[in-house]
Design a protein around this ligand. Structure first.
Ligand SMILES: [Zn+2]
Length: 323
């Protein structure tokens, strides 16, 4: 429907371009709200060049170089001597492209690119838009697939904020960030890179060492999470996958302060990784109880060191109440 809408509107706009219309000047509220969604839609809508009679030379994403108006800037139409309202088909005839000699590397790049595509004037298909989600061109618009991409970005931003919160412990936040990106060299990742090693977890020796196992499902990590969650006042663990863990750390609840929860989550994540590396390199094994003492100490030190920050003033009280 939306795809049909965009194709329909695009043909009705005639000389105006959908991407450059000033939404504040729109007279109908439906039209204004549709225009306000342009940035969001641009992530999914891809113009498909046919005969070039509908797509704008400057505004539509009709080249692999992106939108030409963004690439060349406002001086582009003057530089290439192509009107801002030109359609793609206005700039070529049956023999070739009607462009003046290139005066800049960008113009040269564009001309090189244009020689690689079929001339619109000799193409029989019409211009149209397709809806692309995660690289797949959808034959029909899919609300659920599109929403998933939009929603995940929202979660992603919430998670970014929940990692780099005010007063974070830098080495804990950094490690958590890398874990969230799944970029740590766990054994399952090393195996994917072609290394000839066993996949079993350094902590328990039985599970396959990937991110979710190592940080959430491994029996050593589980025991550590139980200690950390009890100290925070939680009666059960609400997360068993990385997505639910990310949601949990980013969400406020009535059990404890979100800042304290985020600090403890990062300290736990960090210490699981350190313990895994210590076992690997130094053959030293610490129990979850010993690891929790290290976490406890680092949380207390961090709260004391940040006591001048307003939101840290009550944290010590919250952290020691279930000691
Ligand atoms: Zn394990």
């Amino acid at each position: 429907m939306i795809l049909f809408g965009f194709n329909g509107f695009a043909s009705r706009l005639r000389d105006k371009n959908f991407w450059s219309i000033d939404q504040n000047k729109a007279t109908s509220s439906t039209w204004r709200s549709l225009l306000s969604l342009r940035d969001l839609a641009a992530r999914f809508l891809r113009p498909k060049l046919g005969n070039g009679q509908l797509l704008s030379f400057w505004h539509d994403h009709s080249t692999t170089l992106g939108r030409l108006i963004e690439r060349f800037g406002d001086s582009g139409p003057r530089e290439l001597s192509i009107s801002i309202s030109a359609k793609v088909s206005d700039d070529c005839d049956n023999i070739g492209w009607l462009l003046r000699g290139a005066r800049s590397p960008a113009a040269e790049e564009l001309q090189t690119y244009l020689t690689t595509i079929p001339l619109p004037t000799i193409t029989s298909s019409t211009d149209h838009y397709v809806w692309k989600v995660n690289g797949d061109e959808l034959v029909e618009f899919s609300t659920s697939k599109t929403w998933n991409v939009v929603r995940n970005r929202g979660v992603e931003q919430a998670w970014t904020r929940s990692i780099w919160f005010k007063g974070h412990i830098p080495r804990h936040a950094f490690t958590s960030w890398v874990v969230h990106q799944d970029r740590l060299p766990t054994r399952s990742r090393l195996l994917r890179w072609g290394m000839n090693i066993s996949s079993s977890c350094y902590l328990c020796g039985t599970g396959e060492e990937d991110r979710d196992h190592l940080f959430l499902k491994c029996e050593i990590s589980e025991a550590l999470w139980i200690l950390a969650l009890q100290r925070l006042g939680y009666s059960f663990r609400a997360f068993h996958t990385w997505t639910s863990f990310a949601d949990w750390t980013a969400t406020r609840d009535s059990v404890t302060s979100r800042t304290l929860k985020q600090m403890v989550a990062q300290a736990t994540t960090y210490n699981i990784w350190i313990e895994r590396n210590t076992r690997l390199h130094a053959q030293e094994f610490r129990t979850p109880a010993v690891l929790f003492k290290i976490i406890d100490r680092s949380i207390k030190d961090a709260i004391l060191g940040r006591r001048k920050l307003k939101k840290f003033q009550l944290l010590m009280q919250l952290w020691i109440r279930y000691e």
